[in-house]
Design a binder for this molecule. Structure first.
Ligand SMILES: Cc1ncc(COP(=O)(O)O)c(C=O)c1O
Length: 380
């Protein structure tokens, strides 16, 4: 009687690792969330808006003040003027933005190119829409995209290409020139590009985030998704947004209104005020996180791990090939049991798991947590 629509999907690795970390009392550098709070002023604003009576259904597309504040932020960041009425939709985190966009745009039999390792919500969303995920592995060991392979995978059934920059789990970034290559590849197609840009403000060493909003040819067929969970250190609030041209936005909202309908009203009002009052918050994020990355890596000097510093996101891959060879899944299991540090094996982000010798660590943690974790990792 019961026929699963996602028979091959178990509980996500993030939930598994976080539960194990709790059970074993391990330091959790596995799941991507900070162990510090959102800014005090933002918390104060949430309380104020609850007290002021912003407690009923928000507008389906999002509180207009928040949509306008986002439009102002995007213009400052990417020199694109988006229409707050028709091009901005507030969603339940980036996860819902991705899910609603795929549900709205992908039809049964359509192909969707995913670049592995890929964030774990992408393929299930494509499958539920009746689409076929076409998995293309990124190059190794630098985890860059092989655009020739993307070009070769284009068929008349291609409906969407999903990109993620800065990239979870590898910390690599896509450059502006690469977006132009993608625009050339998609020129003869009717395919959309869904760009997951939740780590837009976490790009390091002077590099610039290449948003599809700054690329006219991609934006006309594009959906860019963002997350206040990441930028406001508030992953539990579940507030994100999708930016797309009006015709695409109309379709996304058709799904969104019956999926989540609208998002927590006081949170939206508070974020709107905070963005307007404190534009410097976003501008400071790259320095804030680069310092954490550097502190974590400095504390790992003398260990048997090797690494290339993460170019973006709040994740760092560590290569364990100097430590007796096991798979990354086995290694992550050893780490959590032997030195009580939780990490995420990178192979789980692939449709066809390759043999890899890297695991992912989240450095969105207090200095003391990072020091303590690095001290344990040096024992491996
Ligand atoms: C690449 C990527 N996309 C999307 C999400 C989901 O974002 P949200 O928590 O806003 O739903 C995450 C969260 O870890 C992520 O890493």
């Amino acid at each position: 009687m019961l026929r699963s629509k996602l028979p091959h999907i178990g509980t996500t690795i993030f939930t598994v690792m976080s539960s194990l970390a709790r059970e074993l009392g391990a330091i959790n550098l596995a799941q991507g969330f900070p162990d510090y709070d959102p800014p005090e002023r933002l918390k104060e604003l949430v309380n104020q808006h609850v007290a002021a009576g912003h407690n009923q259904y928000a507008h389906m597309a999002g509180v207009i003040e928040l949509r306008q504040a986002i439009a102002a932020k995007l213009e400052a960041s990417y020199a694109r003027r988006v229409d707050a009425e028709n091009e901005v939709t507030i969603t339940l985190g980036a996860t819902e933005a991705i899910f609603s966009a795929i549900s709205a745009l992908v039809h049964p039999g359509d192909e969707v190119i995913l670049l592995d390792p890929s964030y774990d919500s992408y393929a299930p969303a494509v499958i539920l829409a009746g689409g076929n995920p076409i998995h293309i592995p990124m190059r190794q060991p630098d985890f860059r995209i092989d655009w020739e392979r993307v070009k070769d995978a284009v068929t008349p059934r291609l409906r969407m290409v999903m990109i993620n920059t800065p990239h979870n789990p590898t910390g690599s970034i896509i450059r502006h020139e690469e977006l132009n290559v993608l625009a050339d590849i998609l020129e003869p197609t009717n395919a959309f590009v869904l760009a997951d840009e939740v780590y837009e403000h976490m790009v390091y060493d002077g590099a610039e985030h290449a948003s599809i909003l700054a690329n006219d040819r991609l934006f006309e067929r594009g959906i860019a998704v963002f997350s206040f969970g990441k930028s406001m250190h508030a992953t539990g609030w579940r507030v994100g947004y999708a930016i797309a041209p009006p015709d695409i936005t109309r379709e996304i909202r058709r799904v969104h209104q019956f999926n989540t309908f609208s998002i927590a009203a006081p949170l939206q009002h508070a974020i709107a005020d905070f963005l307007t009052e404190t534009p410097e918050h976003n501008a400071g994020l790259h320095a804030f996180y680069q310092r954490k990355r550097d502190q974590f890596l400095a504390a790992l000097e003398g260990s048997r791990f090797t690494w290339t510093p993460s170019e973006g996101t709040y994740f760092q891959l560590l290569d364990f090939s100097q430590i007796p060879r096991v798979s990354d899944v086995e290694f992550a299991d050893r780490l959590i049991r032997d030195v009580k540090v939780a990490s995420i094996p990178v192979s789980v982000f692939y449709a066809e798991q390759p043999r890899l010798s890297v695991v992912r660590f989240c450095f969105a943690k207090n200095d003391s947590t990072l020091e303590q974790a690095a001290e344990r990792l040096r024992r491996m």
